[in-house]
Every structure is written in structure tokens, then in C-alpha cells.
Design a protein. Structure first.
Length: 430
């Protein structure tokens, strides 16, 4: 009897020890306190991080003008642009090479671009649920019907993905109904599931909503894949054994939407969104995290002049903001975060992001991560043309006045109907 009691006591102690270790591991994750720093706004200048800013005007093609950029993929040789309708290939200096495939219903033609990527000499395009594969020379390789649909359900699909190697995709699985079992999948090129990743945030939604649950940010840094869901407060990375490991936790405090909020009907859900703060994107260098936060009604700056926007069905919308996104910068060494102070202005390129004291150009707010030290932001030519005529451009104190002149010369060569300009920023290393 004593022997049995001893075994029970030892077992309980081992369980407690394991739980304590697990709790310590969970609690040891860096906590980034967004909620407590919402009002910690500072003027943060680009020269603190770099002096390397490059502008790449994307060459205009009469047959293939770029509409709205949905995503950009960089490789060693190419820049791949996805503008929802077409997939366009450029060299790394922005010179147009060719259109990859085309919009249509014929062989090798796609309808609507959901996601795209490039790996070595292959280009992969997702059109709703189907996968199209091409070579970089433009030749069509194959189509896999319903490659991104699972269990024959239009509610079980992947929408954002990254190519890991010749045979593996890591993909985000949205949760439009509230009860989707997995949040991400590791699949091979043919769509076979190699490893699923369980979804731990489940709820009941009477009707599927896809407009927000589709969002997830997947990118590569330091040879690892990072994963941030729109509604999840944790940034994960994929280890060498393809396990999702938590890396940082974002504490939104009172600004976090409760899970119950996602159960609301569409009309109620849309009205409540501006009350909360969301984190759609996280970028990083070896020293910093750059955190894109949707502040909604908590955004502290507005347009100086409200703008009337004509919507379908003769609806007129009064636009009060240029943007409601604020950029948070987290120092990995000091474990502190502050936000780039937004400005009330009619100039969309001077509203939010890092103050550009390099060449007086647009305030930098990254749209995507190119590599471990480089990020890119895309700019409408019409906005850049207006920016160099604005008082913001004239009055900012600069580190490099000669670079301001070069930017002004570039802007003066642009036409408002030209393709977007890429602002490429390379940050200092350690």
C-alpha cells in the first residue's frame, strides 16, 4: 500500500513539475503591450534605421497597366506583381518582362487572382480554388483544379500561402464559419495535406463572413517562416520540424475584440470593428519588429479637409481619414514599443509611418518584407506628384538634401496614370 501511495505522489509531482515548466515557457514569451502604448506616439525618423532608400518606378506597359497592387513577390532575378486581374513579371530594376498567363476561361487562363508566388523558374498563381503553374518564360505548365479547396467544401480552403521549397506550401486556412478545424496547412504541390495545424479559436457564426477571416500575414525572416493571423494575438514561426512555435504575444488590453464579437451578424459586426485594434501585419529586422496596427476610431489624426467619395447606388461617403493604420516599432533589445506619430493632413503620403528625413519623400510604412533587412512600400504616382508640391515636402529638415533633388526629378517625370513606384528601404545590420 505504501509503495502504491509513493508512486501516486511521485506521479503528481511530475505532473505539477511539467505544468510549471510549460507555464514558465508560455510566460517567458516576449509580451508586446500594444494596449498600454496606444498613446505613446513619437516622431521617429528614417535616418535612425538607414540611409538606403531606393525608388523603382514599375515600367508602364500599354497592354498590361497595373491596377491596384494586391501583392508583390521578390526573387533574386524578378519582381512578380499581382494586381488581382493579371500577374506581371519585372526585373529587379522595375523593367517590364512579360505578363504571366492572362485573364479568361481558356486553357492556361485564370479568372481572379487570389495569391501568387515565385520559386526558382516556376510561378504559381491561385485563382479562387485552382492552382496555375507557369515557367518564368511565360509558358503554361499545368492547372490543378480545386487545389486550394479541402473536403469538397467552399468554406474549407486556403487563401494566403508561401512556397517553402520545391514541393511544400505553407498555407493559412481562414475561419469564415467559426468552426473550421484547422488554421493552417502544410501541403505538397498537388494539394495533399502533409501536416495540419489545429485551430484553437472556435466560435459559432450563423452565416459565414469571409471579408476579414481571409487575412493572414506569412513571410520569411532569418530562414524561417513567420505566421500572424488577423485575429490571433500571437506571432508564430515554423521550426525545422514544421511545428508552429509561438514567438511574440501582442497584448491589446481593452482594445482587443472579444471572440463573441465575431459571432455577430454582418451589419453589427461591421459597426463594432472601429472600436477595436487589430494587427494585420508584422515585419522585422534583427533589431526591430514593425507592427502594422488598424486603430479604427482610435486613430489620432484626420484629414484637414473631409472628402466626398461616390459609392455605387448613388451613395455618397464622407471620407475623414487618409488611413487609420498606425506603425508600432518594437525594440527587441530594450523590449519597448512606441508608435510613429500620425499627422492630420490631406497628404496621404505624410499621414502615418516613419518620418522620411532622408530625401523628404513619403513617410515609410512597409507593405511587405523583401528579405531580412529590406522592406518595400508601393506608391501611387498621383500621390507622389502631389507630395513634392506639398508643404510637408518643402519644410522637412533633411540629412541628405541632394537625395531630395533626385526624388523631385523622378516625380516630375511621372504621369498620374503611370504604374506604381516601389519605395525600397534597406535597414542597417547589427
Amino acid at each position: 500500500m505504501r509503495f502504491i501511495l509513493k508512486i501516486i505522489v511521485i506521479s503528481v509531482l511530475l505532473m505539477l513539475s511539467t505544468n510549471i515548466k510549460g507555464q514558465k515557457k508560455l510566460n517567458s514569451l516576449p509580451q508586446i503591450n500594444i494596449g498600454a502604448n496606444v498613446n505613446n506616439m513619437q516622431k521617429i525618423f528614417l535616418s535612425q534605421f538607414t540611409d538606403k532608400v531606393k525608388y523603382l518606378p514599375l515600367e508602364f506597359s500599354q497592354d498590361n497597366p497595373i491596377g491596384v497592387i494586391k501583392s508583390i513577390t521578390f526573387s533574386k532575378k524578378y519582381i512578380l506583381i499581382n494586381d488581382i486581374k493579371t500577374c506581371l513579371l519585372y526585373d529587379t530594376e522595375g523593367h517590364f518582362i512579360r505578363c504571366i498567363g492572362k485573364n479568361g476561361r481558356g486553357p492556361g487562363e485564370y479568372q481572379f487572382l487570389t495569391c501568387s508566388g515565385i520559386y526558382k523558374d516556376r510561378i504559381y498563381i491561385q485563382s479562387i480554388f485552382d492552382l496555375f503553374e507557369y515557367k518564368t518564360d511565360g509558358s503554361f505548365v499545368r492547372k490543378i483544379k480545386n487545389r486550394f479547396m479541402f473536403n469538397n467544401s467552399t468554406y474549407q480552403y486556403t487563401r494566403n500561402w508561401i512556397i517553402i521549397n520545391d514541393s511544400l506550401f505553407f498555407s493559412h486556412m481562414p475561419n469564415p464559419t467559426g468552426n473550421i478545424q484547422y488554421k493552417a496547412l502544410l501541403t505538397n504541390n498537388d494539394g495533399e495535406i502533409i501536416k495540419p495545424f489545429k485551430n484553437h479559436i472556435l466560435f459559432h457564426r450563423g452565416k459565414a463572413i469571409t471579408i476579414s477571416d481571409d487575412n493572414a500575414h506569412i513571410y520569411q525572416f532569418d530562414k524561417m517562416i513567420y505566421f500572424k493571423e488577423y485575429y490571433n494575438d500571437t506571432l508564430f514561426y515554423l521550426d525545422s520540424q514544421y511545428n508552429l512555435i509561438p514567438k511574440y504575444v501582442f497584448n491589446l488590453g481593452k482594445y482587443k475584440e472579444p471572440v463573441s464579437g465575431r459571432e455577430k451578424p454582418v451589419a453589427e459586426w461591421g459597426k463594432s470593428q472601429p472600436n477595436f485594434i487589430f494587427i494585420p501585419n508584422v515585419f522585422q529586422t534583427d533589431k526591430y519588429l514593425f507592427i502594422k496596427c488598424q486603430f479604427g476610431d482610435h486613430f489620432p489624426a484626420k484629414r484637414l479637409t473631409s472628402e466626398k467619395v461616390n459609392l455605387p447606388n448613388e451613395i455618397v461617403y464622407t471620407k475623414l481619414y487618409n488611413t487609420t493604420y498606425a506603425l508600432g516599432i518594437f525594440n527587441k533589445q530594450t523590449k519597448t514599443i512606441s508608435f510613429c506619430e500620425p499627422t492630420s493632413t490631406d497628404n496621404p503620403l505624410f499621414t502615418s509611418g516613419i518620418y522620411n528625413d532622408i530625401d523628404a519623400g513619403p513617410r515609410f510604412f512597409p507593405d511587405m518584407q523583401v528579405n531580412d533587412s529590406t522592406m518595400v512600400m508601393w506608391i501611387k504616382p498621383s500621390d507622389l506628384i502631389k507630395h513634392i508640391k506639398n508643404i510637408d515636402f518643402r519644410n522637412i529638415v533633411l540629412k541628405y538634401p541632394e537625395k531630395k533633388k533626385h526624388l523631385e526629378e523622378l516625380a516630375n517625370k511621372l504621369n498620374e496614370l503611370d504604374n506604381p513606384v516601389l519605395m525600397v528601404v534597406t535597414f542597417k545590420n547589427r
